[in-house]
Design a protein around this ligand. Sequence first.
Ligand SMILES: Nc1ncnc2c1ncn2[C@@H]1O[C@H](COP(=O)(O)OP(=O)(O)OP(=O)(O)O)[C@@H](O)[C@H]1O
Length: 257
Amino acid sequence: MIILEMRNVTKQFGGLTAVGNVDIQVEKDSIFGLIGPNGAGKTTIFNLITGIYKVTEGEIIFQDHPIDQLQPYQIADIGITRTFQNIRLFKKLTAYENILTACHYNASYSILDAVVRTPKYKKEEKKLGDQADKLMEIMELKDRKDIIASNLPYGLQRRLEIARALALNPKMLLLDEPAAGMNPDETIKLMELIRQIREQFNLTVVVIEHHMDLIMGLCDKIAVLNFGRKLAEGTAQEIQANPKVIEAYLGEEEVNC
Ligand SMILES: Nc1ncnc2c1ncn2[C@@H]1O[C@H](COP(=O)(O)OP(=O)(O)OP(=O)(O)O)[C@@H](O)[C@H]1O
């Protein structure tokens, strides 16, 4: 079953076509990879899916509904959340506070409940605190609970960002270069975590990465972009064997995975 579809999507910035006539179909519960050289249009695709940019042409369909005219907060509400290439955390808050603030997106009490501290408020706060604890545990951040976000090692800041995205209870998670700056051991650990959260949260994951080991080892399907166009699509084996990919993306070198 297809959960997300981009139909003939184009995004232009003035005379520059950042994304040109791209068709993509993402299967529910799969891990889908987007790869391509710098400037190929990958992050622009995330910005189109999440409503930060509006399409110039084409349609984006999520669970059979068009979403290309929705605002970013509406897209988060229907279950698509993301992480960013440049980590965006509350740098001066602790790891726990960063997750808890994201969990508050789901709070259903009123300002009055909060001011008067009604039983509803207390019950809800306990629930959100439990959710934050659970996310800390899953992302293996529990022993860093009280560390200020900017003092965490880079790899853990990236995991904290994923935990924040998960706090919004998404159906689809978009990860923009989650392994950037990680060493090989951290990258392998991250791969396992992505697989684990996919299972645990019944998620569909779309991931942009330059680490080929991660992409080839993790993704059910991969789309290759070049100069805003989709050059190829297929399984890791198909992509690695595709002469167009080898020539255009890897500069005629062998795909080194
Ligand atoms: N807001 C914008 N205004 C003008 N041009 C933009 C804008 N956003 C992206 N672009 C351009 O669109 C093209 C695609 O950029 P994009 O960031 O999507 O590439 P990318 O594949 O994610 O690259 P990288 O791997 O370096 O992150 C680039 O030429 C970029 O300069």
